[in-house]
Design a protein around this ligand. Structure first.
Ligand code: NAD
Ligand code: TYD
Length: 349
């Protein structure tokens, strides 16, 4: 019986990872450790919360004593580390929260794993889930490879870059069995509506302006979350220790084209007279806004046989349908503090 710790399992990607591991590997005991910040929501896991191999631990990874205590109590065999502050705009408003959770929190987990695994590193895995944003920004051509130098531009990406460096350093210095992946922008059900795709869907639903930063010409490479989860499963089980793998959708969109596409799909579904595109509003650009992200994922494709399986059109439509039917979920996550954040972020733009 293997004991697997998944941090940040109540968040967007984490909840998909937890669900996948709980359902696919009944022989594993899955421990979801999450602080339940604004972005963590146990409603994301309602369908699996009663499974006998699923366990929830509410804790903050910044609390080093607690991390030692938990690792000593459960003696995990593997760690999938997803807990993070994850939103660039919030990192511009308050960088310190990102340094605590993303840097200090990650190092606390590394120290706890190192301590309980010191006598036996056989079959152990510390897998750190990271972002392509650590590489900085591309111009109109080129791709991020695993060899691209780190040049993070936002407090979020700087904190993730720092955590990646610590993970790699613990491999080199202490031989901790680590793996790292750097993935492009995810989308899908359960994503908090501060990120572009769910924010636009939610605003169209409520007939609110659709804020586009700058001219809307920044480019992101979008990947359906379930394709990311398949890659995570492969790397966790078959990836090489000490290695980094880039994961991406080969699916580049300018923000404005993507938003127009969502508008068209939702016009059909909502059957409204006024086209949603009329809600598009160009607003002040994000500070330090990276122009383009694009991933060369040939390493994970060639070495581990991964490729994205979902077509973008179908996955986007599936995502929109999920948000349209998940009225109560949206209502719950956008009440209270979300309104305050929205006001702070968008009222003066
Ligand atoms: P999210 O913001 O939806 O969820 C983060 C989760 O971490 C939440 O459940 C939150 O409660 C938890 N958390 C935050 N601080 C914590 C703390 N101090 N202690 C314990 N738990 C804490 O994030 P996401 O979009 O699901 O991203 C998950 C991971 O994947 C992050 O590490 C992120 O950097 C990485 N990533 C995200 C994307 C993306 O497009 N969303 C792309 C590539 C990589
Ligand atoms: P986001 O979903 O925040 O992801 P990231 O910044 O990590 O790539 O943003 C995706 C793109 O959409 C990014 O170029 C910023 C832009 N954007 C807007 O134009 N308007 C918005 O309201 C948001 C949240 C993002």
């Amino acid at each position: 019986m293997k004991k697997i710790l998944i941090t940040g399992g109540a968040g967007f990607i984490g909840s998909h990872v937890v669900r996948h591991f709980v359902n696919k590997y009944p022989e594993y005991e899955i421990y979801n450790l999450d602080k339940l910040t604004y972005a963590g929501n146990l409603e994301n896991l309602k369908d699996i919360e009663n499974k006998s191999n699923y366990h929830f631990i509410k804790a903050d990874i910044v609390d080093s004593d607690k991390m030692f205590e938990i690792f000593e109590k459960y003696c995990f065999d593997g760690v999938l580390h997803l807990a993070a502050e994850s939103h660039v705009d919030r990192s511009i408003l308050d960088p310190m929260a990102f340094i605590y959770t993303n840097v200090v929190g990650t190092v606390n987990l590394l120290n706890a794993a190192r301590k309980i695994w010191e006598d036996d590193l056989e079959d152990k895995v510390f897998y750190h889930i990271s972002t392509d944003e650590v590489y900085g920004s591309l111009g109109e051509t080129g791709y991020f490879t695993e060899e691209t130098p780190y040049r993070p531009n936002s407090p979020y990406s700087a904190s993730k870059a720092s955590s990646d460096h610590f993970v790699r350093a613990y491999y080199k210095t202490y031989n901790l069995p680590v793996k790292i992946t750097n993935c492009s922008n995810n989308f899908g059900p359960y994503q908090f509506p501060e990120k572009l795709i769910p924010l636009i869907i939610n605003n169209i639903k409520h007939n609110k302006p659709l804020p586009i930063y700058g001219k809307g010409l920044n480019i992101r490479d979008w990947l359906f979350v379930e394709d990311h989860v398949k890659a995570i499963d492969l790397v966790f089980h078959k990836g090489k220790r000490g290695e980094t793998y880039n994961i991406g959708g080969s699916n580049e969109w300018t923000n404005i084209d993507l938003v127009r596409k969502i508008c068209k799909i939702m016009d059909k579904k909502l059957n409204r007279e006024e086209p949603a595109e009329n809600l598009i509003t160009f607003v002040k650009d994000r500070a330090g806004h990276d122009l383009r992200y694009a991933i060369d994922s040939s390493k994970i494709q060639n070495e581990l046989g991964w490729k994205p399986e979902h077509s973008f059109e179908e996955a986007l439509e599936k995502t929109i349908d999920w948000y349209l039917k998940s009225e109560e979920w949206l209502e719950n996550v956008t009440s209270g503090n979300y309104q305050k954040y929205y006001e702070l972020q968008y009222s003066k733009r």
